[in-house]
Ligand binder design. Structure first.
Ligand code: CA
Length: 239
């Protein structure tokens, strides 16, 4: 990461765009500005910002499409600005790989807090120190030193947040982890009530590591409580 993180704001409403730019600059960030989706993708390609603040309703290319393109190619965090504070938009954006969302209208304090939290999460992507550097659970393998995840020998590309969630579950294989525990450990205490973010990230992880995401083999639901990463290693005493 650069000395001053570079933030790209994508917002077509000039008043909000100016507000974002000045409050981010005041907070010490370098800022790039795009007013539509096509320009946003160009700036992402050219400058690889450390974070993207993305409005959903945009001219030329909508925010969901921009998000989809970003997630195909890049790992930088994306915070979505949702004009319509509907559950649907929020959940859809999270399932598509947004790291967080900020319902409009938002205040400067809330904006800054979200940015700090997301950047911190990406910088501190390394989980607690490990004794062994390779984790093997059935066909799931995590190499902690390179942060490489494979399923049955094929590499799986995870965003830093997805990796953190998986690594946290792997550290606690076969233990039921509550929503609150996972949110606090992976996202931070200020997210402890945000079950949407957890559900969406679990959904994305399952799409990437399960053969059949609807009938998961590794990441199991513990209804009303949380999730458990099942132990799929064959018991040495079996047979
Ligand atoms: Ca808009």
């Amino acid at each position: 990461m650069r000395e001053s993180p570079l933030i790209l704001t994508v917002e077509d409403e000039p008043r909000i765009s100016r507000y974002l730019r000045s409050s981010l600059q005041m907070a010490g960030y370098d800022v790039l500005v795009a007013g539509d989706g096509v320009k946003a993708l160009e700036l992402v390609q050219e400058n690889r910002p450390d974070l993207v603040l993305l409005d959903l309703g945009l001219p030329r290319m909508g925010g969901f499409e921009v998000l989809e393109h970003i997630r195909k190619q890049f790992d930088m965090p994306v915070i979505v600005l949702t004009a319509l504070d509907t559950e649907d938009d929020k959940v859809k954006a999270l399932m598509m790989g947004a790291d967080d969302y900020l319902p409009k209208p938002f205040g400067n304090r809330e904006l800054q807090a979200r940015i700090v939290a997301v950047l911190r999460r990406y910088q501190a992507a390394e989980p607690a120190a490990k004794k062994e550097t390779v984790y093997q659970n059935g066909g799931l393998r995590i190499d902690y030193s390179t942060r490489q995840v494979t399923i049955d020998g094929s590499a799986v590309h995870l965003t830093p947040t997805e990796y953190r969630l998986l690594a946290t579950m792997a550290e606690n294989t076969n233990r039921v982890l509550t929503h609150d525990y996972l949110l606090t450990h992976v996202w931070g205490v200020e997210y402890s009530d945000d079950v949407h973010i957890l559900r969406a990230t679990i959904w994305r992880l399952r799409q990437k590591i399960e053969h059949d995401a609807a009938n998961p083999h590794y990441i199991l639901n513990e209804p009303g409580i949380g999730y458990r990463l099942a132990n799929r290693n064959e018991s040495p005493s079996a047979g």
